[in-house]
Design a protein. Structure first.
Length: 263
């Protein structure tokens, strides 16, 4: 079981921060979040004991999600907050203390460096989880105080197959109790007969399994959704651009005031 001395910070001074905010003054009503944007691991954690290619694979991050998020931010002139470290260090879209917050096994791969005690779990939360979510909270608070209309869009990606089963969906739109924004995206994406679009599949948003949408969308009463794009559709710059253009066009069609009236 690994442990950091209480006085030692997880991140060294020359390491990247726990989050990045892009275009904070963006004029769009959309605020973009990317929970699994990075596969970095703090040096003090020694790659979590992983010395193969695992960190570059899906268990380490959402491949293509950061590139798609950045391009969407540019097209929409939207603020974007990206996480700075791997989901294996601590998952920024899982409630603290949940089994998948700091997983000891992910995708069938043992994570030796995640056999830790409660003190180190708290240290990881303070170093990587809370700074990311405080940045989101500060951004949303500032928009609220300025009277700016806001919707929260969380950008993720998923694997083409899982446990030997192919996944037919090219994209998925996920939500919890509030379907207002998700319904508009589902309708628009399904206009293209070539697309197979999941409605709360292969995943769904739940309070026990997710953090970002419940905390920053549902709790504030803001229109929101979680977008999942299959990773083989984000493998090239051209594919990322095509998805960004498609999603930006859909968002531009939506009258947020109509959705707010449905609350």
């Amino acid at each position: 079981m690994s442990s950091l001395p209480p006085a030692v910070s997880l991140l060294e001074p020359d390491e990247p921060p726990a989050f990045e905010v892009v275009n904070p003054e963006g004029r769009s009503s959309a605020v973009l979040l990317c929970d699994h944007a990075s596969n970095l691991v703090p040096r003090r954690l020694a790659r979590l004991g992983l010395y193969g290619e695992e960190l570059s694979e899906h268990i380490g991050w959402d491949l293509g999600a950061a590139r798609l998020s950045r391009r969407l931010s540019a097209l929409l002139d939207a603020p974007l907050v990206l996480s700075g470290y791997s989901r294996l260090v601590i998952d920024c879209n899982r409630p603290l203390g949940s089994p998948t917050s700091i997983p000891q096994i992910s995708g069938g791969v043992p994570i030796p460096g995640n056999a830790i005690d409660a003190a180190e779990a708290e240290a990881r939360a303070e170093a990587c989880f809370w700074p990311y979510h405080r940045a989101i909270r500060a951004l949303l608070d500032a928009r609220r105080d300025a009277g700016e209309r806001t919707a929260v869009l969380c950008v993720h990606s998923f694997t083409p197959s899982l446990l030997g089963e192919d996944r037919p969906w090219h994209a998925a739109v996920l939500y919890g109790r509030d379907r207002r924004l998700a319904a508009r995206f589902l309708e628009a994406l399904r206009r293209d007969p070539a697309l197979c679009v999941g409605d709360n599949e292969p995943y769904r948003v739940t309070e026990g399994g997710d953090y970002s949408i419940p905390a920053h969308g549902e709790a504030r009463g803001l229109p929101h959704l979680l977008l999942e794009i299959r990773q083989d559709g984000l493998a090239s710059d051209e594919q990322v651009e095509a998805w960004a253009q498609r999603l930006a066009a859909i968002y531009r069609e939506i009258d947020l005031s109509q959705l707010e009236a449905q609350a």
